[in-house]
Ligand binder design. Structure first.
Ligand SMILES: Nc1ncnc2c1ncn2[C@@H]1O[C@H](COP(=O)(O)OP(=O)(O)OP(=O)(O)O)[C@@H](O)[C@H]1O
Length: 559
């Protein structure tokens, strides 16, 4: 993902690198003029105004080319960070729900917060890094030009620094990867702390266990690793700068003994160039630390195995634009099977199916069965959240197979899962924010108008009881106006009056609108109101009953 983004920006990168080269050349020119002037001082104390003008031009060159290159690279970094975030969001939106579920929310959140931030930081140090790197390379070139004998000493020592840096980098990277694993655990622990706040507040033993055995252990691991990583890079940094002074010493002492033919002027130029190189060299070595962080985060994001974003256009398209499947009468399910990759226990994989049945539009289908019998799994399979291992789902006789068909099919569905997320914006069928005047009647009918107001299609608050949140989710489902509605234990959190209202008025009303209403329920008191009853046991459909057609006709007060 990252390489493709960088490749697209190769011209700005090359231009900025060219500017860096010009800046570094101007810097070397400035050095050359200073050393020439130093040599001239021994003969005359008069200022050569031409040389001075050249010197000022060189200083201006350093300033302007340096600024130009950093400006270009900083702009580029910001753009690459933007594109990277966009690409990550697109990938996440294109990734199947089953993959997200398998990866685990805490890992994705940690990657989005920690890794994306580190990648951005890494990109933002790029301008400085590239500029410094180019300067160091040109300085080295200039040192060869000044004296290859002295450079050979520098070369040996620099090779030693590079080998040492590689060794340290390898160790550092290994520690970084382990550190990232601990950071994922930290995220998981902190999420538990927030999500389990109620339980932890009243249970001192659990509080102690979570704090001591999970959090503290994790904090200690992170501390230990972080110390190792920062000691490694601090050592590398200070060794690099100390070695530079060692190099200068070796040159000054060695030149007198071994290369008496090398002039003082050359030695002074050599030493000045090395001194000039220290800052960029330190910056390059310092950046290596962040680069390791960058590279560990990059691998971590790539390892998440999110889908590539090539079908993003399809994913964000309105269903009406893809395949027209407005006219249909029933969903035909044939030999549908699914198996979880991992059900928690290593040797146990829960599976559903094979399931064969028909679900008719304009009817209420109740899905029932004991806890863990596979009702919700079947519902997710039916809505295309899980990919069937075999079998087909067809609208009338048209199987749903292609991505765009699935997209259109999912566009027909509106669902409230038992662990639903309540968005605060209400969308109309056209995908735009719904009009307040369309929302208010439903709020009134579900007795939520005294709790929540709407403003430009958004709820004023979602800090509500679970039952109230479900009513708002139902308001949204009504406004979305989809022909297939799935409600997973919606009534479980409702008071008896609303539960009754749900089964006897809301569902019949939806049926009258020719919708297929799928209701996952344990409320056997209302089973007789279903048109079809599907009973699950250990992932198998053990009963598929079409109930009597002579239904009670309730008065539509929820119109
Ligand atoms: N994300 C998952 N990964 C692996 N296995 C899972 C996952 N979710 C559920 N399962 C397995 O599927 C089984 C059925 O779960 P499902 O949620 O479909 O049951 P259910 O009939 O809806 O139960 P309940 O009435 O308790 O909501 C579980 O017992 C579990 O073994």
């Amino acid at each position: 993902m990252f390489k493709s983004i960088l490749l697209r920006f190769k011209w700005p990168i090359l231009t900025a690198t060219f500017f860096s080269i010009l800046g570094a050349l101007a810097g070397l020119g400035m050095l050359k003029i200073i050393t020439t002037q130093l040599a001239a001082l021994s003969e005359s104390h008069h200022i050569n105004w031409n040389d001075f003008a050249l010197f000022v031009s060189a200083v201006l060159g350093v300033l302007l080319f340096g600024l130009g290159s950093r400006y270009l690279l900083a702009k580029l970094s910001a753009q690459v960070v933007y594109e990277f975030r966009d690409e990550l969001a697109r990938r996440l939106l294109c990734t199947q729900y089953a993959t997200i579920e398998r990866l685990g929310g805490h890992r994705i959140l940690a990657a989005m917060k920690t890794d994306a931030a580190k990648l951005s930081d890494g990109l933002l140090i790029m301008p400085g890094f590239i500029y410094s790197f180019v300067t160091v390379l040109l300085c080295l070139g200039y040192l060869v030009f000044l004296s290859w004998q002295l450079f050979s000493v520098v070369f040996v020592l620099i090779t030693a620094i590079v080998l040492l840096a590689r060794l340290f980098l390898g160790i550092g990277l290994r520690h970084y990867r382990i550190l990232r694993g601990h950071e994922d655990e930290l995220f998981d622990g902190l999420t538990t702390l927030v999500n389990g706040a109620k339980e932890l507040s009243i249970n001192a033993k659990r509080r102690k266990f979570v704090y001591q055995s999970i959090l503290l252990r994790n904090f200690a691991d992170i501390k230990e690793r972080s110390i190792k990583v920062s000691v490694l890079f601090t050592m590398l940094n200070s060794m690099a700068s100390t070695l530079v002074f060692f190099v200068i010493g070796v040159i000054v002492f060695g030149a007198a003994n071994y290369w008496p033919e090398i002039s003082l002027n050359t030695i002074v130029s050599f030493v000045l160039t090395i001194l000039y190189m220290i800052n960029p060299l330190e910056s390059v070595v310092g950046s290596l630390n962040q680069m390791s962080d960058f590279s560990a985060s990059y691998r971590n994001i790539e390892n998440l195995d999110l889908n590539n974003s090539s079908n993003f256009a399809i994913r964000i398209q309105n269903d009406a634009n893809t395949v027209d499947i407005k006219q249909w009468n029933e969903i035909k399910i044939s030999q549908l099977c699914f198996e979880y990759e991992n059900s928690g226990l290593d040797d146990y994989h829960f599976s559903v199916g094979p399931i064969t049945t028909q679900l008719k539009r304009g009817e209420a289908v109740y899905l029932t069965g004991g806890n863990g019998s596979g009702k919700s799994t079947f519902a997710k399979l039916l809505l295309g959240l899980y990919q069937a291992t075999s079998g087909t789902i067809s609208l009338d006789d048209k199987p749903i197979r292609q991505v765009d068909e699935l997209q259109s099919y999912q566009g027909l569905c509106s669902a409230i899962f038992s662990d639903f997320h309540l968005f605060n914006h209400v969308l109309a069928p056209d995908g735009e924010l719904a009009k307040d005047e369309d929302i208010v009647p439903f709020l009134q009918q579900l007795e939520m108008d005294n709790k929540v107001a709407t403003h430009h299609g958004c709820f004023s608050s979602t800090a509500l009881s679970q039952g109230q949140k479900k009513r708002l989710a139902l308001v949204m489902s009504y406004i979305e106006d989809c022909p297939i509605c799935l409600y997973d234990e919606w009534a479980a959190d409702q008071d008896p009056r609303f539960r009754e209202l749900f089964y006897t008025e809301i569902i019949p009303q939806l049926k009258r609108q020719n919708k297929l209403v799928l209701v996952i329920t344990h409320d056997d008191k209302y089973f007789e109101l279903a048109d079809q009853l599907l009973r699950f046991e250990s992932g198998h459909l053990v009963e598929d009953i079409r109930l009597s057609e002579s239904k009670v006709n309730f008065d539509p007060i929820f119109a």
